[in-house]
Design a protein around this ligand. Structure first.
Ligand code: AKB
Length: 324
């Protein structure tokens, strides 16, 4: 049977880039991008889907004969703390809808992103192991930890081939993040290239696991392409890119913008970041499906600055207009 992919949350930071990568891999007519509203960022097929509505997902799955679902919609760590119960409802309802539609319609494979936010103070902070104790302290982290277990449940109980990665903070020039604790690491490059001062909401020595967009797309597609029997972890795989603090990113940026100015004003996101790992042990992903990141901080910085300089050459600071 032909692969037909549905991406839920295609307008997001990762979704917008992953959708294009999937279109390249499978062809424009075999990828259905979807989100709450159409922002005309895509060639190819786009459907408006509110993932809290199970019958709408089912209608699209049936109409296009979908065989794989990438469920990327979620409220992230920082934004989620504004409305904890709503965040729980949305993150869990959308996941259950995807799992149920997938089970009932014999979907071949489902992708569910988890996050380093599943970890808390109970986990070893350096080289956090895949099977570390999970005591998340944000509602987003709690929903991801629960989601991982539900993913495994659907695999064990129904044989649904759900695969998952614990994403670190994602850094890319193509799109903007929204509502996360790691968002500073994208915003900082925009400010540097626009030669503006950066107001950092994390303390300068807060080291967090991060990953470049190219690496995260490659990891996601490699996991989904891996033979079923090679997937030994059905909750979620740790993946590492690199790890750094705001002070370290500033140091790299100043190699290219020596006058770059930064103020540190840690806010509530500092409390969130302080409970997360500093680095991740991703040896299970390496062993099972050959994972290896390619971008360190220096390469991320050089690439981000070069690509953002090209984008800002249009003279526009309107980032919606800069997307692709
Ligand atoms: C966030 O900061 O909430 C996300 C994540 C690490 O999952 N980027």
């Amino acid at each position: 049977m032909e692969t037909v992919v549905l991406v839920i949350g295609a307008n997001g930071q990762l979704g917008s880039v992953l959708t294009k990568a999937l279109q390249k891999k499978f062809g424009l007519e075999r990828v259905i991008a979807s989100d709450l509203k159409s922002i005309n960022a895509f060639h190819g097929i786009f459907e408006v889907i509110d993932a809290t509505n199970e019958s709408k997902i089912e209608e699209i799955v049936t109409r296009y004969k979908v065989t794989q679902i990438y469920h990327l919609a979620a409220i992230l760590s920082a934004k989620g703390e504004e409305t904890p119960l709503k965040t729980w409802d949305i993150n869990m309802k959308t996941l259950f809808n995807v799992l149920e539609v997938s089970r009932k319609n014999n979907i071949d494979k489902v992708f569910f992103p988890s996050s380093i936010a599943v970890f808390g103070e109970g986990a070893q902070a350096i080289n956090t192991p895949n099977d570390a104790y999970l005591d998340p302290a944000t509602v987003y982290g709690i929903s991801k930890a629960a989601g991982e277990n539900w993913a495994q449940y659907y695999f064990l109980r129904y044989g649904l081939d759900v695969r998952s990665l614990r994403y670190p903070g994602v850094i890319g020039f193509q799109s903007l993040p929204g509502g996360g604790t790691t968002d500073y690491a994208v915003d900082i490059y925009h400010k540097a290239v626009c030669e503006e001062e950066f107001d950092c909401f994390l303390d300068k020595n807060t080291t967090l696991p991060m990953i470049f967009m190219d690496d995260v797309i490659r990891a996601t597609i490699s996991l989904m392409d891996a033979p079923k029997n090679d997937i030994t972890i059905r909750t979620s795989y740790n993946i590492a890119g690199t790890s750094f603090s705001p002070a370290e990113i500033v140091h790299e940026i100043r190699k290219l913008y020596p006058g770059f100015k930064v103020k540190y004003n840690p806010d509530f996101r500092q409390e969130i970041a302080a409970r997360w790992p500093k680095s991740i042990d991703d040896s299970a992903a390496t062993k099972d499906w050959g994972w290896k990141p390619k971008f360190d901080l220096e390469r991320i910085t050089v690439t981000m600055i070069q690509k953002l300089q090209e984008k800002y050459k249009t003279g526009s600071k309107n980032l919606e207009a800069l997307l692709f």
